[in-house]
Design a binder for this molecule. Structure first.
Ligand code: GRG
Length: 309
């Protein structure tokens, strides 16, 4: 391009997207919102227990996916933040219950003792229940600038992702499969598309709905999320074998110990890594029509396979 005085105007380069800066900024925003969302009041013990797990060091992947998708669809961070916090409340409650003796029986999560180890099983169950119901209250009461019809859709999507058609269903089949070494790929996919994939998909889809995305875009983004959901779980299984307890913030090698069939057990480590990369490529292909605006979701998809914890 040439300026009116005849000199060439330097081309404006699109800024390089730095994932670690983006993640740190978003994590800080989400953590501040969650901190403010849940003050300690009487009876203090239950609020302390809920905050102990909610504010522990997590990646905040679900809230970040929700915010990024809302922005992609021309919505704002403000309109999606209550849903983003609710997603993390739901995710955290599922971790608290998953770690309990009746389920996975784990002592460490997010680099600290599990909720029941600190507060006892009774309070841990109630902290999970408290977080679950508060998530829905928080979305319904705190969301601003979003038409009620959209909000209703978000509440329905969240509920579907949590219940027997989502996390709960996945967990049931996971528990039933423990110790059975003849589990087929189909069953493993069912477990993970429900246990892990459903909430990741809801994170993306709710962000899109809040912003008023068209049905076609919601469908495209749902497909993106389903692919990264499965890739995420394959990488989780790989990390359970290859990463240390310090890196994971929870007990490593748990899957082999609990006699769980995993993707590396079915396919081997190398094929598992290849399949995860293929799923991420398929996820990113869904974003192509959105162009440059989709860079955060593209890079988040890559992060799924390159993460170390
Ligand atoms: C939802 C009503 C209700 C009950 C819970 C226990 C249970 C039913 C479901 C288990 C869900 C579960 C623990 C799935 C595993 C999901 C997963 C891969 C967790 C790790 O997620 P990261 O890596 O963890 O995002 P951080 O700590 O970074 O948030």
């Amino acid at each position: 391009m040439i300026a009116t005085d005849g000199r060439p105007v330097p081309q404006e380069k699109s800024p390089v997207f730095d994932l670690s800066t983006y993640l740190s900024k978003r994590q800080a925003e989400v953590e501040a919102a969650m901190d403010a969302s849940l003050p300690i009041t009487y009876p203090d013990k239950i609020y302390e227990s809920m905050r102990y797990s909610l504010l522990a060091k997590g990646k905040r992947l679900r809230p970040i996916l929700c915010l990024a998708t809302c922005e992609l669809m021309d919505g704002t961070v403000e309109m999606a933040m209550p849903t983003a916090c609710a997603l993390e409340m739901i995710h955290t409650m599922s971790l608290i219950h998953d770690d309990m003796p009746a389920m996975d029986n784990d002592d460490y999560r997010r680099g600290q003792l599990t909720n029941h180890k600190v507060y006892g099983e009774d309070i841990a169950i109630l902290a999970g229940d408290g977080l679950l119901s508060y998530a829905f209250e928080y979305v319904a009461v705190q969301t601003q600038g979003v038409p009620a019809q959209r909000l209703l859709q978000v509440v329905a999507r969240l509920a579907k992702a949590v219940g027997a058609s989502g996390l709960v269903g996945g967990q049931v089949v996971d528990l039933e499969s423990e110790g059975k070494l003849d589990i087929q790929e189909e069953t493993l996919n069912f477990i993970h598309t429900h246990k892990t994939g459903a909430l990741l998909e809801a994170s993306v889809v709710c962000g899109a709905i809040l912003a008023g995305a068209t049905e076609a875009d919601v469908e495209r983004l749902s497909c993106y999320a389903q692919n990264i959901g499965l890739a995420f779980q394959i990488v989780d299984d790989i990390l359970d074998i290859t990463a240390t307890q310090e890196e994971l913030g929870k007990t490593a090698g748990k899957d082999v110990q609990a006699q769980k069939v995993t993707y590396p057990a079915l396919w081997g480590l190398e094929v598992s890594k290849t399949k995860a990369k293929q799923l991420v490529a398929m996820a990113k292909a869904q974003l192509e029509p959105f162009g440059e605006k989709a860079v955060p979701l593209m890079v988040l998809a890559d992060f799924i396979t390159t993460r170390t914890h």
